[in-house]
Design a protein around this ligand. Structure first.
Ligand code: ADP
Length: 202
């Protein structure tokens, strides 16, 4: 299955991407994770993208699309993938469609995680990650940057949902609730049921 998971910062895309990809046996490909790994590894790519990440701005499409194309060409993505954090703009969505067409592939479904903005701000400002046994706040989870990222989402990424709606690929799901409830809704939107014939997460 070839899936895109859409949703604003703080909607729980990363968490759901890991669980759903695990259940489907496809790789979860997160552009944000790949960028962050390159920033902490101080690679050439990391140096190019750090200022964008710190400011909460989108990395230029040219860099992002080339990186995703390379990743999708890896053997583990041949039978399917779940994209988390990509595409994040209409040009990225168009270029993804073209790259997949070149590979003789197409997306099966796009799932949008819907959460209202007040809840997002609450989740993001309280979010901590564990690095080397210590709880740290992601640089871009600081309140000013959070507000900026939500604005970027509204302007550049929210239209991507409309793009996929037009293609008949979009399912919107309520992403408020327990993690496994949300997983269950996503799996049902994908037409996949949980183990032993039970609807997942119920
Ligand atoms: P979140 O969804 O919480 O903002 P991500 O990990 O998906 O977190 O993204 C973090 C940052 O990585 C973004 O603010 C942006 O700078 C960069 N980024 C991730 N994906 C993309 C993309 N598809 N296009 C451009 N920039 C991206």
């Amino acid at each position: 299955m070839r899936i895109v998971l859409l949703g604003p910062p703080g909607a729980g895309k990363g968490t759901q991407a890991q669980i759903i990809a695990g259940k489907l046996g496809v790789p979860a490909i997160s552009t944000g994770d790949i960028f962050r790994a390159n920033v902490s590894g101080q690679t050439e790519l990391g140096k190019q993208v750090k200022t964008y990440l710190d400011a909460g701005n989108l990395v230029p499409d040219e860099i992002t699309v080339a990186m995703v194309k390379d990743r999708l060409a890896e053997p583990d993505a041949e039978q399917g993938f779940l994209l988390d954090g990509f595409p994040r703009s209409i040009p990225q969505a168009e270029q993804l469609r073209d790259s997949l067409t070149d590979l003789g592939q197409k997306l099966d479904r796009v799932v949008e995680l819907v959460v209202d903005e007040d809840e997002l701000v609450r989740r993001l400002s309280g979010r901590r990650m564990v690095v080397d046994g210590k709880e740290v706040q992601r640089d871009d989870d600081k309140p000013e940057t959070v507000r900026h990222r939500l604005g970027v989402y509204r302007e550049q990424t929210a239209p991507v949902a409309g793009f996929y709606e037009g293609e008949g690929l979009l399912s919107r799901i309520d992403a408020i609730g327990e993690i496994d409830e949300v997983t269950g809704r996503a799996l049902r939107a994908l037409g996949v049921e949980g183990e032993a014939g039970q609807p997942a997460g119920v």
